[in-house]
Design a protein around this ligand. Structure first.
Ligand code: AMP
Length: 282
């Protein structure tokens, strides 16, 4: 499956056996699929060109494909390759057998300290790699995180990601809960937006709902801009310390990813397991 832009293998739909649907998103459907040639299992995401054009998303899709094909990390969903016909675009993705973190959170209501700290370590490691490659994700939230065979997190959606630095002005759609103050105020921002999102995610995983959740969009906006949130007493002191050092209005005051990885609560509770091959590689 490996490819570079210059030596990219050109697949067609006839190279695959299509299995069960894995889910559907706003713009397409995702199927379990298997390469006929070697029985390699993948997730095939099928997007309709007409819908992408109608929504003006060609540029965003190109960027997503460009960024994700070049990122190779245990906790980032691989985008192996892509192809298209007259009607559809097909993305050949790594299959994430554990499904969505969002659904796991719905099932369990909240996650344990161990599980949350493990996810925070995995994400911080993956985002360190992204930032080293000058990519900001900007959209870390449970809906965009899939789970691997051993429950490890896979960052899945690079539809919003950009190369740094950025002064992008975009209409925001979907949930506001994870937007940092500087993006709400449409100021210049940098990779520290991802640190804000890690703080929001850590809170949501431990509490069961995000810190600024409100009945109306304007109330959510207002609370984010004032960094107005409270911890239920169930949130352990170590996690409160980490989250309050990430949810800082001033981006330069937020912990760095290295500091998150070294934070005592993360170190004490994370149970991240690295597969033997990645230990040998490091
Ligand atoms: P999306 O269009 O990316 O939002 O995908 C729609 C749904 O398909 C997701 O919410 C997942 O439940 C499922 N899905 C997408 N990609 C994968 C994958 N690589 N492995 C397993 N399930 C996936």
């Amino acid at each position: 499956m490996e490819s570079t832009t210059s030596t990219r293998k050109h697949f067609t739909i006839n190279d695959f056996e299509i299995g069960r649907p894995l889910g559907r998103g706003k713009f397409g459907r995702v199927y379990l699929a298997r390469l006929k040639e070697n029985h390699f299992i993948v997730a095939l995401k099928v997007l309709f060109k007409s819908e992408i054009v109608k929504e003006g998303l060609e540029h965003q899709l190109r960027r997503e494909v460009e960024i994700q094909t070049h990122l190779q990390h245990l906790n980032i969903l691989r985008l192996y390759n892509y192809f298209h016909d007259d009607i559809r675009v097909y993305l050949i993705l790594e299959y994430a057998p554990g499904g969505e973190l969002y659904k796991e959170l719905q099932r369990k209501q909240k996650l344990t300290e161990q599980h949350t700290a493990t996810i925070i370590e995995e994400l911080s490691d993956a985002l360190t790699y992204c930032h080293e490659n000058k990519v900001i994700h900007r959209d870390i939230k449970p809906e965009n995180l899939l789970l691997g065979l051993r429950g490890e997190v896979k960052i899945a959606d690079f539809g919003w990601s950009v190369h740094t630095p950025s002064l992008r002005r975009k209409t925001m759609c979907g949930t506001l809960d994870y937007l940092p103050p500087e993006m709400i105020a449409r100021r210049m921002y940098n990779e520290t937006v991802d640190l804000w999102c890690i703080g929001v995610l850590c809170y949501e995983l431990l509490v069961g709902k995000p810190p600024f959740e409100s009945n109306t969009h304007s109330e959510t906006y207002r609370r984010i801009c004032k960094v107005n949130f409270k911890f239920p007493s169930s949130v352990p002191a170590g996690a409160q310390d980490l989250i309050s050092k990430l949810l800082r209005y001033n981006p330069s005051e937020r912990l760095s990813l290295a500091q998150v990885l070294e934070h005592p609560w993360v170190r004490e509770h994370s149970q991240r397991i690295l597969p033997p091959c990645s230990l040998m590689a490091s």
